[in-house]
Design a binder for this molecule. Structure first.
Ligand code: HEM
Length: 288
């Protein structure tokens, strides 16, 4: 071939230095434990249903991202406890990207038709995302405490005790309020030493504190920015709930869930939950 003529073969030659022998060296698969990870998809349908793998992988990838969310949220909370606001915000930036990924991936499962799901459903028996311990950990970390959820894990001592510990610890929002108090903001004392296992209730005095922040953002920039980051996190969480609801609706209509709830109606009621009520309430007061 004329050396001036480009070789149009679609092939990339491997470079000399590229590692090829992993008999004594750590490979990609070794580091990531891919043997275990890729052996963990075990469809149960009989005869085998093509779409069950999608169903399993969508749940498993969600659980992996939830694991990272917990890691980042715990860290953000601990950083706030140590008055390290900027690094805490960095953590929340990552949290928001993970949430976007989780929400975007609903479009993959939305390709599952009701007829396809009906073929898998008998094999799911009583299992349901409602029993996701990691999802509850995220909810507890953000402040949506519900002691009744802990009992759902009494069959799994590790999950039950991890969730029970989080139930009794301050949430990310509780730590933010403690941070504000240390910075001289008039956070009501009752919010700083309460029973953390109880559901959070809106506090009128705290709305006033935030009203002052939002009235003069430049004087309270770090706090103002953190408030908006928290609203982003709640907004993203609600988007995930809404997409789940929509996928459930198009897949099972008004049928009851495998976990025993009424299904869509039960899920819709979660859209009324809020993690940071004062940060929403203050919006009505701005500019008044
Ligand atoms: C076609 C797919 C899906 C259907 C039909 C479905 C259906 C449902 C239903 C009916 C519930 C209410 C509890 C029950 O009675 O079972 C529920 C709860 C839940 N599902 Fe799904 N789901 C699907 C996919 C997923 C995926 C991929 C995840 C990702 C982890 C997930 C996570 C959850 C969570 C966390 C809850 C609890 C929500 C809450 O307490 O508000 N679901 N699901």
């Amino acid at each position: 071939m004329d050396p001036a003529t480009p070789d149009r073969t679609s092939r990339r030659d491997l470079e000399e230095g590229i590692e090829r022998d992993f008999t004594r060296k750590m490979s990609y698969g070794d580091y990531l434990c891919l043997d275990q990870l890729l052996a963990a998809q075990r469809p149960l349908s009989e005869p085998p249903q093509h779409d069950e793998l999608l169903f399993i992988i969508q749940h498993q990838t969600s659980e992996l991202w939830l694991k990272l969310l917990i890691h980042e949220l715990r860290s953000a909370r601990d950083l706030l406890r140590g008055d390290e606001l900027a690094p805490a915000l960095k953590r929340l930036a990552r949290v928001k990207h993970i949430q976007h990924t989780l929400t975007d991936q609903w479009s993959v499962l939305a390709t599952l038709t009701p007829s396809e799901y009906a073929e898998i459903r008998p094999f799911l028996a009583t299992s349901s995302g409602f029993q996701s311990a990691q999802y509850r950990e995220v909810e507890f970390l953000l402040g949506n405490k519900n002691a009744d959820m802990v009992a759902v894990f009494s069959h799994d001592e590790a999950a039950r005790s991890a969730l029970d510990a989080l139930l009794h610890e301050p949430s990310l929002y509780d730590e933010f309020l403690a941070y504000l108090s240390r910075r001289g903001y008039a956070v009501p004392a009752g919010l700083l030493a309460r029973d953390w296992s109880q559901p959070y209730r809106l506090d009128e005095q705290l709305v006033e504190v935030f009203a002052q922040v939002y009235a003069a953002p430049h004087e309270h920039w770090g706090v103002y920015e953190t408030c908006e980051e928290l609203v982003d996190v709640e907004d993203n969480f609600q988007q995930w709930r809404f997409r789940h609801l929509q996928v459930v609706q198009r897949t099972i209509g008004q049928k009851v869930g495998t976990g025993g709830s009424s299904g869509v109606d039960f899920l819709r009621r979660a859209l009324d939950l809020t993690f940071f009520p004062e940060l929403y309430e203050v919006r009505t007061r701005i500019g008044q």
